[in-house]
Design a protein around this ligand. Structure first.
Ligand code: PEP
Length: 266
């Protein structure tokens, strides 16, 4: 299989950054793009504190149809403008196969969300854009099912695939999902693809983001994606799990020291 173990792959996502290959990647930004000002501020703040990529959802796959659904095309436009202004490549979700090309005009990395991890038509269209694809693990998917989804992307001719563990559903409901840290170490052994971790969506609580990010780093993750919002109390999406830019900066510094102390043999 194309995803099988081998020399770890570094996946280029912009002219000057690759995910994997021994470097740790930080992806940060708001859960959802809410306004130009909100996004521009978040991008500036996370960039200054060490993020290499900006996240932000324009098309939001919400559990309830009555929750904020994202700004759609307007949000995409804002992502493009802020990316151009800051130089940060953008990671954003695509939810509709018919919109893959449109999203790919703005985003350097197309995100496939947990709820669409086995939407094979979407996987194929995302892969065919030629952009890097960040594949979240479905919260009901086994590791093998997740790797099969990655295989769909690779088999469509796109070798730039990033895996992202974001928690699975278990009997435990005191956190939103259960971060499967063992899957991170396991998939690093089963596949050559870079593995990222999203502690924000895994736990749904801002106070657990830092310890879970540290755990991800120790478990061998190639990077972490976190929700950052300057005023979580007003966030239109998942405010409970957002950390501030200052907290993000502290997390980057602390994790950097941790990685340094561990050396190359994580
Ligand atoms: C997200 O990262 O914006 C998101 C919706 O995550 P997930 O698909 O993992 O729930």
């Amino acid at each position: 299989s194309l995803a099988a173990a081998g020399e770890p792959t570094a996946v280029p996502v912009s002219d000057d950054w690759s995910v994997g290959g021994g470097r740790f990647t930080w992806i940060a930004g708001p859960c959802a793009v809410e306004s130009e000002d909100q996004l521009a501020l978040a991008a500036k703040e996370v960039r200054a504190r060490g993020a290499q990529l900006l996240r932000g959802g324009a098309f939001k796959p919400r559990t309830s149809p009555y929750s904020f659904q994202g700004l759609g095309r307007d949000g995409l436009r804002m992502l493009g403008e802020v990316s151009a202004a800051t130089g940060l490549p953008v990671v954003t979700e695509v939810v509709d196969p018919a919109q893959a090309e449109t999203v790919a005009e703005v985003a350097q990395v197309l995100q496939i969300g947990a709820r669409n991890a086995q939407n094979f038509a979407l996987l194929r269209e995302a892969a065919l854009t030629g952009r890097a694809v960040l594949l979240k693990r479905g919260f009901g998917c086994t590791v093998q099912e997740w790797l099969h989804s990655a295989e769909y992307l690779l088999a469509a001719g796109n070798s730039r695939v990033l895996l992202c563990e974001r928690g699975v559903r278990t009997f435990e409901n005191s956190t939103r999902f259960t971060l499967d840290i063992s899957a991170v170490s396991l998939v690093k052994r089963l596949s050559h693809l870079p593995v990222l971790v999203d502690p924000s969506h895994a736990c749904g609580r801002s106070d657990l983001v830092a310890p879970l990010a540290a755990a991800a780093a120790v478990a061998g993750a190639d990077g972490v994606m976190v929700d950052v919002h300057q005023d979580a109390s007003t966030a239109l999406c998942d405010g409970e799990q957002a950390i501030t830019a200052e907290e993000f900066g502290a997390l980057v510094d602390r994790t950097g020291r941790l990685l340094h102390s561990l050396g190359p043999d994580r």
